[in-house]
Design a protein around this ligand. Structure first.
Ligand code: APR
Length: 252
């Protein structure tokens, strides 16, 4: 089926539910100027995640990880605004269709767009936590004139996101699994679906006999086996068109 037909199909599927959920990944923030991790222009093309995004690497040399990864990320995230993909999901919540977003992103853009129930599966970049006393400081306010930045107690600040080698907070995992098993439709937007356990959420929805709709300019491991259909396009354009179609259906 052509993209336009699939967009109309998705609008018809969504307009009848009050219980849709979205699983999002880095791709939804690409149009906000935040690079993805994998693929062309991806961050892991430039740096080795095991050397800079693994908890062992951070513990061994926090200054190195701050200098190569965290400082740049701070600048990129602080300049980013929600795009049409984020805004489309906020609109779906406003229309009473979308309940929750499970996001692998740490950029806070879903909340900035207006979604009120966002599970930050991989934590958040909005806050830093002192590794000694646990004091929290907003990332935008942390003093980076010295790297790594230090808390008043002398401890090192680390972002409150999940590094490779760290566990997903158990409450996030359990709630996401529960939501994935009970939703009517899961929208899977902008994720390569290769990182577990996030990528198993659509499988839970599928196993519960419910619908999985992917939005991505590329195919993923979910495409043939799990997704009911893939709308092959960029999140911003596809979400704009889906919202237009839903609004058209609602006035009929
Ligand atoms: N709209 C929608 N999807 C897009 C767009 C776009 N404009 N641009 C790129 N994509 C898709 C790519 O085709 C790819 O499938 O977004 C996906 C990005 O994949 P990844 O970079 O692997 O991001 P993600 O799936 O979120 O990665 C999962 O890996 O390194 C870790 O912790 C990091 O949370 C991250 C996790």
């Amino acid at each position: 089926m052509k993209m336009e037909e699939l967009i109309k199909k998705a609008a018809k599927d969504l307009v009848h539910t009050k219980n849709a959920v979205a699983l999002t990944g880095a791709g939804i923030s690409v149009e906000s100027g935040i690079p993805p991790f994998r693929g062309k222009g991806g961050m892991w093309e430039k740096i080795d995640p095991m050397k800079y995004a693994h908890i062992d690497a951070f513990l061994k040399d926090p200054a190195k990880v701050w200098n190569v990864l965290v400082k740049d990320m701070k600048e990129i995230v602080e300049q980013a605004d929600p795009n049409d993909g984020h805004n489309g999901l906020a609109k779906l919540e406003e229309l009473g269709i979308l309940k929750t977003i499970i996001t692998q992103n740490i950029d806070g853009l879903h909340q900035a767009a207006g979604n009120t129930d966002v599970i930050e599966f991989h934590g958040t970049f909005a806050w830093q936590k002192c590794m000694d006393c646990g004091n929290r400081c907003e990332t935008s306010k942390v003093d980076i004139s010295r790297i790594p930045p230090l808390c008043d107690c002398g401890g090192i600040y680390r972002p409150e996101c999940i590094f490779f080698g760290e566990a997903i907070p158990v409450d996030h995992l359990i709630r996401s699994q529960d939501i994935a098993s009970k939703c009517d439709i899961m929208l899977v937007i902008g994720t390569s679906a290769v990182v577990q356990p996030a990528s198993s959420m659509p499988m839970i929805t599928k196993q519960a006999g419910k619908k999985v709709i992917e939005i991505n300019p590329e195919r993923t491991p979910l495409t043939d086996s799990v997704s009911d259909y893939l709308i092959m396009g960029k999140a911003g354009h596809v979400m704009n068109r889906i919202i237009e179609e839903i609004e058209g259906l609602l006035v009929l």
